[in-house]
Design a protein around this ligand. Structure first.
Ligand code: GLU
Length: 483
């Protein structure tokens, strides 16, 4: 059997672990990648190990340094810091070439000049899928223009000991003589990964479930190249799915960590939520500090079943984390969103003191930092325009709205602009109109704040001040058809 003993639990590993996160920089950094990185990092932190970052950029056509930048910046934002690297596979080509030469020299691999078309023509009629071993006995020299294939033993089984999935057995007869080096000389992923894991003394390979099928190939290669160095422990972590149990995809779902960052999710909320995708602490607690996650994370507790990436739950976590900030911290964290060039007001109209006074109420209501500007837009955007839909619903189509606005104008001309006094005044308006307070507030709210939901009305009117409040109520009144 082509396996060497591997530790069967993460904590029984004899030495402090060396783990790696090995993303391919071929697109936006995916939440699934972030979850894999986090699991690696948590294990390394708990066991006093090292977390290595390796950029797998051997696919020259699909890799782009801009994607690498995105990965590094997202990991930094999440606080998932690497101890070594980043190492770039594109700079390590000599190691893969040397390993390929060795495998060839030792007869473990052979050169192959079959074109994909000839392989297909021959294997279409075969029951067993994959390469048919045509070049196995041809003893071709290994040179440019020829691929290098691994000579997989015909018999026996290769077992992957997986800390999440248990032992997974593969019949060698079902594993084709896989390509190690392409005919253009580029090493394949499986070769580069094994060479690097060996060279970097990796003890635990924690990665996405989709890599499980190639793992027996890695085990065979390890056997051939490792000179007896123990095989790393494998842990294939479950795939992330959407609410329809489909694998998360960048076409269907919001998957880029960068998008969540731009929307104003807090990295600590994101990390907490990601940690729970396929794992939970023994007592099922959900809100965990970073240290608690480090102390309690065990690969043995990672589940096999797909993990549902639920954006609404993430939003819920974000709310919890936002509300746990001190007001000062909240203001500090909201600042970039209030100073961005996307805000709906001219920068000179923004007033920090006014915002700070309302910040505790904003903090209560915002789901993300990205929602903050919208909640205070009514204070800073000039000229003020109520949202047309909200206006149509709460004012234009409410036959009582005119009377309510008139009553509000009359009473707000003289009342003190404090939340308590404003509440009493508007309660009076409601009473006159024979309405519940909430229903009477609706036209006033849309007239002054422009929306039907948002911050509480009385505090908002206090912040807006008498003059602007009356101006807006009058403007709304003037726009009611027939009023
Ligand atoms: N480069 C692979 C990926 O981005 C990961 C390979 C591995 O972790 O072994 O999916």
């Amino acid at each position: 059997m082509a396996t060497l003993p591997a530790p069967m639990s993460d904590s029984s590993a004899p030495i402090s672990p060396r783990v790696r996160f090995a993303p391919s920089p071929t697109g936006y950094f995916h939440v699934g990648g972030a979850r894999t990185a986090l699991f690696n990092w948590l294990l390394a932190r708990r066991l006093g190990g090292r977390f290595v970052l390796r950029i797998e950029d051997t696919d020259r056509e699909r890799s782009d340094p801009a994607w690498t930048e995105g990965i590094l910046s997202a990991l930094t934002w999440l606080g998932v810091a690497w101890d070594e690297g980043p190492f770039f596979q594109s700079e390590r080509r000599h190691l893969y070439d040397a390993a390929a030469a060795r495998l060839f020299a030792e007869g473990r691999a052979y050169a192959c000049d079959c074109s994909p078309e000839t392989v297909k023509a021959r294997t279409d009629q075969r029951a067993v899928p994959g390469y048919d071993g045509f070049c196995r006995g041809r003893a071709l020299p290994f040179e440019r223009g020829r691929a290098l294939r691994y000579r997989v033993p015909d018999e026996g089984t290769t077992v992957v000991h997986d800390l999440v999935r248990g032992d997974v057995e593969f019949q060698n007869a079902t594993i084709e003589d896989f390509v190690l080096v392409k005919s253009n000389g580029d090493p394949l992923f499986v070769l580069a990964v094994v060479v690097d894991d060996l060279d970097m003394a990796i003890t635990h390979v924690i990665r996405a479930e989709e890599h499980l099928p190639t793992t027996p190939k890695a085990v065979l290669l390890w056997d051939a190249l490792a000179d007896g160095h123990p095989l790393p422990a494998f842990a294939h972590v479950p795939v992330l799915v959407n609410e329809r149990r489909q694998k998360l995809s960048k076409r269907r779902d919001r998957v880029a960590v960068e998008d969540y960052r731009a929307l104003g999710y807090l990295p600590e909320a994101m990390v907490n939520y990601l940690a729970l995708l396929g794992w939970s602490p023994a007592d099922g607690r959900e809100v965990l500090s970073r240290q608690e996650m480090i102390d309690e994370f065990r690969l043995e507790d990672v589940l096999r079943s797909p993990a549902f990436f639920d954006e609404r739950r993430l939003l819920h976590f974000n709310g919890l984390y936002l509300r746990a900030l001190s007001v000062d911290e909240f203001i500090e964290r909201a600042r970039p969103f209030l100073e961005s060039d996307q805000v709906p007001w001219r920068p000179e109209h923004f007033d920090t003191a006014v915002f700070s006074a309302l910040a505790p109420l904003v903090q209560e209501r915002a789901g993300t930092l990205g929602e903050v500007p919208g909640l205070v837009e009514f204070l800073f955007a000039e000229p003020f325009e109520p949202d047309p839909d909200a206006f149509a619903k709460a004012i234009a189509s409410d036959p009582e709205a005119g009377r309510i606005l008139e009553a509000a104008i009359a009473i707000l001309e003289s009342v003190e602009f404090s939340p308590a006094a404003l509440r009493r005044a508007i309660e009076e308006v409601a009473e006159q109109a024979g309405r519940k307070l909430g229903k009477a507030q609706a036209p006033i709210r849309v007239a002054t704040m422009g929306r039907s939901t948002g911050l509480p009305l009385f505090e908002s009117l206090e912040a807006l001040g008498r003059e602007r409040t009356l101006e807006r109520l009058n403007a709304a009144l003037g726009r009611i058809p027939g009023a």
